[in-house]
Structures are given as structure tokens and as C-alpha cells.
Design a protein around this ligand. Structure first.
Ligand code: SF4
Length: 274
């Protein structure tokens, strides 16, 4: 495929993401632009000229249902303008923050419309001091019922991947960009990501892992502040708030495209060697 065709598909994919079109279309586009030429380079958040936020001494205000106005603006800056302010730049590090405090702050959250259809909030699960954090997109049916991340078919595959790395689930931490299941497993919308991601950012800060592995485009695009297709930077070492980050395909994608498992395994081998 020539470069112009790749660019057209990438632009179309960005547009489809903004419209929240079905993952079916996204996956077809990802497949079409797999194995991109070396000339396609991501511009990760690490290259953003904006300085890293200074540590905060007090806890920043948490968005509430009564004060939702700031979130859409942050999200709008994220999606169509990858070089604009990122979501994590608006969340200061909180000294002494813990997963327990963050869960308490989250409460029985109604900050976005996903609360209307969820059964259980899926906060995250695993080792609070893990060196390795996996970040997915959002809960599915089984996760919504159990309140735990990655426990369905895709979760079983993730567990196999973790064990193939010589680890167990209790050794790592697993969480998602949004903590409530989107209806019909659609992609989270920008306002939902903006409302929920401050808690993910605090979770990662509190755990302070050595490596973050993003499972799928939604997590990678949110943490890296980019609209680029995951195929443009999958398997590359990048940086998020001073922590090494690598993006790979989501296990749900691997269930539909088993041939991509070998690529993911190469990515995980990089993590094991780090
Ligand atoms: Fe709250 Fe996140 Fe659930 Fe939205 S997805 S209701 S912000 S916990």
C-alpha cells in the first residue's frame, strides 16, 4: 500500500474514532495499515513542549455531576488536536495518594452517562505496588457483572499472556480508561473519557509502575495524547509522565485476529527484557 493510501486510511480512522463508529470499522482500518513504513513516526506526549506538572500538595478538585463543564473542553483538545493540552497535564500528582483514597473519591460515580447502564464500577485490580500496569479500554459484559477488569474471554487471553511472561495477575495491576461498561461494548466517548480518566491518571501515579502497557488504541491515544493509529507506534517504547510506555493490541482484537498474537508476543518480550 502506498503512503497516500495509508494517510487516507489513517485520516478516515481518526474521523471514525471521533464519531464513535463500531470497533469493526476501526479494526479493519488497523488491519489495512498494519506494518507501516518506518517513516510513520508518532509524536508522543513526551515530545510535547508543555512542561510536566509540578507535584501538588493538596488534592485537586474532583469533577462531580454538578460541575461537568471542564471535562468536555479537555476532551475536545485531546481528540482533534493531538498536540494540544493532554488530559494528564490537568491532573497534578498528589503526594500520599493511594488506590483506597482514589476509590473513595470515585464513590458511586455518576460523573458521566455510563453510570446509567452499568451494574458495577470496575475500578481496577491487582498489585498496588506493581512494576507493570496494563491499561485497557473499558469493561465488557463479564466485567460489568463481576466488577473486575478483564475476566471475560479477552481477560482469559490477557491472563495467559501475563503468565507467559512468567508473572501472575496478582503481580501486575489491570485497569481501564473508563470504569463503567459502555452500552453494547461501544468505544467510550470523549466526554466519558474526560470524566473518568482523572481517576486512571491518579491510579497510575499512586502505583508508580516501571512500565505501562496500553492494550488497544483507546488507552494509548488517551495517555499519549495522540490521534495516531496504534499501528503507527505499536511496540515502540514511549514515555508517559516519566514512565516507560508500550502500546500493543487489545486481547479482544487478538480473539478476532489470532495472527496478530505473534506481534503482541514480540511486544511483551520487550517488556520482559526491560
Ligand atoms: Fe464515573 Fe467513570 Fe463510570 Fe463515568 S465511567 S460514571 S466517570 S466511574
Amino acid at each position: 500500500m502506498d503512503q497516500n493510501s495509508r494517510s487516507r486510511i489513517e485520516n478516515w480512522l481518526t474521523y471514525a474514532n471521533e464519531l464513535g463508529l463500531a470497533p469493526f470499522y476501526r479494526d479493519r482500518a488497523i488491519k489495512a495499515i498494519s506494518n507501516p513504513p518506518a517513516a510513520i513516526a508518532i509524536e508522543p506526549a513526551a515530545e510535547n513542549p508543555e512542561p510536566m506538572p509540578k507535584p501538588a500538595q493538596s488534592r485537586p478538585p474532583i469533577p462531580t455531576a454538578a460541575t461537568p463543564t471542564a471535562a468536555p473542553n479537555k476532551a475536545a483538545a485531546f481528540f482533534p488536536t493531538p498536540t494540544g493540552p493532554s488530559l494528564f497535564e490537568s491532573v497534578d500528582r498528589i503526594e500520599g495518594d493511594t488506590l483506597e483514597i482514589i476509590r473513595t473519591d470515585l464513590g458511586e460515580c455518576t460523573r458521566c452517562k455510563l453510570h446509567k447502564t452499568r451494574n458495577k464500577i470496575v475500578f481496577g485490580d491487582g498489585n498496588a505496588k506493581a512494576d507493570l500496569v496494563f491499561v485497557g479500554e473499558g469493561p465488557g459484559h463479564d466485567e460489568d457483572i463481576q466488577g473486575l477488569p478483564f475476566v471475560g474471554r479477552a481477560g482469559k487471553l490477557l491472563t495467559q499472556m501475563i503468565e507467559a511472561m512468567g508473572l501472575q495477575r496478582k503481580d501486575v495491576y489491570i485497569c481501564n480508561v473508563v470504569k463503567c461498561r459502555p452500552p453494547e461494548n461501544r468505544m467510550p466517548e470523549r466526554d466519558e473519557i474526560a470524566a473518568c480518566s482523572p481517576f486512571l491518571i491518579r491510579q497510575i501515579d499512586a502505583i508508580h509502575p516501571k512500565v505501562i502497557v496500553c492494550l488497544g488504541a483507546t488507552a494509548a491515544q488517551m495517555l499519549l495524547n495522540t490521534n495516531r493509529s496504534i499501528s503507527a507506534f505499536r511496540g515502540e517504547w514511549l514515555e508517559y509522565r516519566g514512565t516507560r510506555l508500550l502500546a500493543t493490541y487489545h486481547p479482544a482484537y487478538l480473539l478476532r485476529n489470532p495472527a496478530a498474537k505473534s506481534e503482541v508476543w514480540k511486544d511483551l518480550q520487550k517488556v520482559m527484557a526491560s
